[in-house]
Design a binder for this molecule. Structure first.
Ligand SMILES: C[S@@+](CC[C@H](N)C(=O)[O-])C[C@H]1O[C@@H](n2cnc3c(N)ncnc32)[C@H](O)[C@@H]1O
Length: 248
């Protein structure tokens, strides 16, 4: 029995080292792709990141609209949308470098010039983006933070939406895709309470909505992230909404 436990521990230890190595290798790769920006805390905490207001001029070198994906994970939406819209610029933002790695690698290997990634906390977005610098925001399968005490961490909490309001152009659109009914209802209530302008919503995107949309919108809304695949396999319905802060 003792041997088995020892062997199991060794086995687990071996795989956890492999996982760690893997992470370190991905972090090292991120430094070489040229499309991953990793501000230090001292560059964004109570100070402006040097690219604030300059994403188009200094990074993309054009004046195309900027689309930001928050909590992008492996970047399926940022990369997928960037392929659909070569005339827009995409920025995927997440705190986890080993997740961003997947999207950054694909963009690098495909020589995509209209998508980059930022490894930082969403909390810092007003240090990273200038007022009105962003045209559109996508929030894809955010952590639902279901407990009451976690409300301020929800990506559609007043604390964060006030920041989105600052960086987003006045008619900018926010898209949300989630499988979490509680989070979705919370967001709908926030939109209602704040008199935001709800443009579209469905509790079951694939069964109720997608067939009514044009082909390009169908393709866009059918992009599957890692978490969407995970939740779909469990039989969860996919909820989708889009809103603006003000009516145009
Ligand atoms: C449930 S995962 C979804 C990832 C991806 N959008 C998907 O659908 O596969 C939530 C992601 O949000 C990121 N995240 C959560 N809170 C964050 C924060 N405050 N700042 C930056 N990233 C955050 C996590 O690192 C994680 O990758």
């Amino acid at each position: 029995m003792k041997t088995v436990v020892q062997n199991d521990s060794l086995f687990l230890c071996y795989f956890s080292n492999m996982g760690q190595k893997n992470k370190l290798a991905k972090w090292a790769d991120n430094l070489t792709f040229g499309n991953v920006y990793q501000p230090k805390t001292s560059e964004v905490l109570n100070t402006n990141y040097h690219l604030k207001g300059k994403w188009n001029t200094a990074v993309f070198k054009n004046n195309h609209p900027i689309v930001l994906e928050l909590g992008c994970g492996k970047g399926e939406y940022s990369v997928g949308l960037a392929k659909e819209f070569p005339e827009k610029n995409f920025i995927g933002l997440d705190i986890k470098g080993n997740r961003i790695w997947k999207g950054a690698k694909e963009a690098f290997e495909s020589s995509m010039k209209n998508v980059v990634f930022v490894r930082t906390r969403i909390d810092f977005i007003t240090s990273i983006f200038e007022e009105n610098e962003v045209d559109e925001i996508w929030i894809t399968f955010p952590d639902p933070q279901p407990k009451d005490r976690q409300e301020r961490k929800r990506l559609t909490s007043p604390l964060l939406t006030e920041r989105y309001k600052k960086i987003l152009k006045p008619n900018g659109i926010i898209h949300l895709k989630t499988d979490h009914e509680g989070f979705f209802k919370y967001t709908l209530q926030e939109i209602k309470d704040n008199n935001y302008h709800l443009l579209e919503h469905t509790f079951n995107l694939y069964a109720e909505k997608i067939a009514d949309l044009d082909e390009k919108t169908q393709r866009i809304l059918s992009i599957k992230t890692f978490y969407e695949n995970l939740f779909s396999q469990k039989g969860h319905h996919i909820h989708y909404l889009k809103f603006q802060f003000k009516k145009p």
